[in-house]
Design a protein around this ligand. Structure first.
Ligand code: SF4
Length: 303
């Protein structure tokens, strides 16, 4: 029995739900029950009957799954899989911005750690930021940590003042894309899909700007047969599998999130066998962070 077969057998025996983020390596994608973005996977975790969940993503994702599922055991194959962008916003920064803008609401990206979410009024994702911020009653909204995503939300909401918090938060993986990537690839017929964490000048040139799940679904709705995808290269594997009749290329093949790739099948098998490392969020923090997540869910369920 090879490692993949051994993992799948143990997963079945333990009734473990394996969630893989779109940016995971093919070997993890192949053994995942569900693939998706961070929020979609957290919802899957909430819906499962299984008491054991393995989250193959980065720290804040597994934390969100643990917050939404306090009675389930959430494993992550390598606890060092942390998101550097999430660390650019912390409770101290939020408190200092609140002091400066006492009239503003605080909306934080789902890509933040639990302690940061605990200081926010509401959470948003890369697919629903416009809707969430538009539902808030204040005119000024502090939004972070990703500056490009804040500017993308501002474009959708001209009547609101969106203030990036901090002023210069970014994802190093999405910062890698440049105009040169678009011009040099020479695919004149290809549709260009980019994530809202890329720079605004690229968003302006792209045919479609959306979250990883929105990009994943785009070929279903488009007549184009070629796609250049401007996000972490893990999504390419999933899209090529889903659309064998279409051509899907990375906009830049070096767009790799190193911490996402820390999870390997070897580590996942060990974690499943030993049922550790476990992702834990202190109850006090979890309760406060859940309030901000629940506020997002309420807005999403409003008509
Ligand atoms: S791709 Fe960017 S935002 Fe996503 S986990 Fe990696 S560093 Fe964080």
């Amino acid at each position: 029995m090879n490692l993949k077969e051994k993992f799948l057998k143990l997963k079945k025996e333990k009734k473990c739900l394996v969630l893989g983020h779109n940016y995971q390596s093919p070997e993890i994608q192949e053994v995942s029950d569900y693939l998706g973005d961070s929020f979609e996977l957290s919802i899957r975790a909430k819906e499962t009957d299984s008491d054991l969940i393995m989250f193959c993503g980065v720290d804040f994702m597994a934390e969100t799954a643990a917050i939404l599922n306090p009675n389930k055991k959430v494993l992550m194959p390598d606890l060092k899989a942390e998101c550097p962008m999430a660390k650019m916003l912390n409770p101290e920064i939020i408190k200092s911005y609140r002091r400066k803008y006492p009239e503003a609401a605080v909306a934080v990206y789902i890509n933040t750690t639990a302690v940061t979410k605990a200081e926010a009024d509401v959470v948003y994702t890369s697919s629903n930021g416009g809707k969430i911020c538009s539902a808030l009653s204040t005119q000024k909204i502090l939004v972070g940590p990703d500056r490009n995503l804040a500017l993308f939300i501002q474009k959708q909401l001209p009547d609101k003042e969106i203030i990036p918090m901090p002023a210069d938060g970014y994802c190093y993986v999405h910062k890698i894309f440049s105009l040169f990537d678009i011009k040099s690839r020479g695919f004149t017929e290809a549709e260009i899909l980019v994530h809202p964490e890329v720079d605004m000048e690229l968003q302006a040139l792209a045919d479609f700007v959306g979250s990883t799940n929105q990009m994943f679904n785009r070929p279903k709705k488009s007549r184009a047969t070629q796609f250049l995808v401007g996000t972490e290269i893990g999504l390419i594997h999933r899209m090529r599998k889903e659309y064998p009749d279409k051509e899907v290329y990375p906009l830049n093949k070096y767009a790799v999130c190193n911490t996402m790739k820390l999870h390997t099948l070897t580590k996942a098998y060990k974690a499943l066998k030993e049922e550790r490392p476990i992702v834990r969020v202190p109850e006090k923090i979890a309760v406060k962070a859940k309030r901000a997540i629940d506020r997002m869910l309420e807005i999403m369920n409003e008509k």
